[in-house]
Ligand binder design. Structure first.
Ligand code: PGA
Length: 241
């Protein structure tokens, strides 16, 4: 794991976006794995700037998002499809047909999960995957547990994730309790991974991940220690206890 410590959130976002810009310029048909949550928003803003000011071309790029709440369709303001449109896709020249976000309204979510992994494979696999990390160490919605799913699956959200995410909803009751999430195996198949962590509330989990050097399904992000090409970009607040 390569660790880059940036001074603050703005610098972290610029660093992540510039790594992605370089990748897209080297391979205009890049398959990008994307994440939602607060952390990548600054990175997406920088990518929009790169598109507007430097003509960064997304027309041949495909994207796969990590997860989606079950029960929310893409029009729902709290759905991750809506989030991605608003924070990135609507502001760049990407072909929306090449932007994949799991369908939270799939008729048969279990069959749908296998289809989603198939879609990733048909696209040639993910070249570079952006990840955030939960305060409990989850990546995507792979929550700490005795067992973790390898492929994309239907997951139950933990109490701590429901609490963390309730800030986006009017009340805790409105937060969906289940989601479709790419599995740990789907994530580890990405050729490169960039994990972003910002803010003091991430410092304890980053300390655990970076200093203990142990893997456990109770700390899903620790499975990334097995991947040969992971870059962690962290700001000082998240790095220093
Ligand atoms: P955050 O979420 O970026 O909003 O902190 C990260 C995550 O839960 O994976």
């Amino acid at each position: 794991m390569k660790v880059i410590v940036e001074k603050n959130y703005d610098e972290l976002s610029k660093r992540a976006a510039s790594l992605l810009e370089e990748e897209i310029r080297n391979n205009p048909e890049l398959v990008l794995g994307l994440a939602t949550g607060s952390t990548p928003v600054g990175t997406y803003e920088e990518l929009i700037r790169a598109h507007r000011e430097r003509g960064l071309d997304f027309s041949k790029v495909s994207t796969f998002n990590l997860d989606e709440y079950i029960g929310l369709d893409g029009e729902h303001p709290n759905s991750y499809r809506y989030f991605m449109n608003e924070k990135l896709f609507d502001h760049i020249n990407i072909n929306k047909e090449k932007t994949y976000v799991p369908n939270g309204k799939a008729q048969n979510p279990i069959d749908y999960c296998a289809e989603y992994d198939g879609d990733i494979e048909r696209a040639g696999g993910i070249d570079i995957q952006i990840l955030g990390i939960g305060t409990n160490g989850h990546i995507a919605f792979n929550e700490p547990a005795d067992e973790l799913s390898v492929g994309t699956s239907v997951v139950q959200l933990t109490k701590s994730t429901i609490e963390d995410n309730s800030r986006f909803f009017d009340s805790m009751d409105e937060v969906p309790k289940t989601a479709i999430s790419m599995g740990i195996g789907s994530i580890l198949k990405a050729r490169k991974i960039i994990l972003l962590a910002s803010g003091k509330n991430k410092a304890p989990i980053m300390q655990k991940l970076l200093k203990e050097n142990v893997i456990s399904t109770k700390l899903p992000a620790s499975l990334l220690l097995l991947h040969p090409d992971v870059t962690v970009i962290v700001d000082e607040d998240a790095y220093n206890i």
